[in-house]
Design a protein around this ligand. Structure first.
Ligand code: HEC
Length: 104
């Protein structure tokens, strides 16, 4: 019985480790969120559709670390609304991973 318990614990541990891996930023999911929440202002190619929006296709603002970009999206900036409470931290990191793919 004791042995079975230890086995189950080991399996649970492995599953935890696995889900940890699966939570790495996912640019594909970020792309779906981008089309829904961000494209209206930032454009499909990231070049920006409204005055004042940075040109992500030229890497503008992208020299900042992910955590800084996530904070800006979470808190809003200038014309950009705050997404705190609307998007999870995981989704915000997925979005940042996607933004980094827009550079041409
Ligand atoms: C209503 C238009 C609008 C929407 C919607 C919008 N943005 Fe923005 N975003 C802007 C503008 C304008 C700026 C420049 C703000 C400034 O510098 O004052 C900006 C800036 C940014 C920056 C640069 C932040 C920094 O620290 O320099 C990032 C990253 C960004 N937006 C990502 C996103 C993402 C991701 C979404 C979707 C979840 C989004 N934006 C939705 C208008 C928008």
């Amino acid at each position: 019985m004791k042995c079975l318990k230890a086995g189950l614990l080991a399996v649970a541990g492995l599953m935890l480790a696995w889900s940890g891996l699966a939570s790495a930023a996912d640019a594909i999911n970020g792309g779906k969120l981008y089309a829904r929440y961000c494209e209206n202002c930032h454009g499909g190619d990231g070049a920006g559709r409204i005055p004042g929006a940075p040109d992500f296709s030229r890497g503008e603002r992208m020299l900042q670390p992910d955590s800084t970009l996530v904070d800006s999206i979470k808190n809003g900036m200038g014309m950009m609304p705050a997404y705190r409470g609307q998007l999870t931290t995981k989704e915000l990191f997925d979005l940042t991973a996607y933004l980094r793919t827009l550079r041409r």
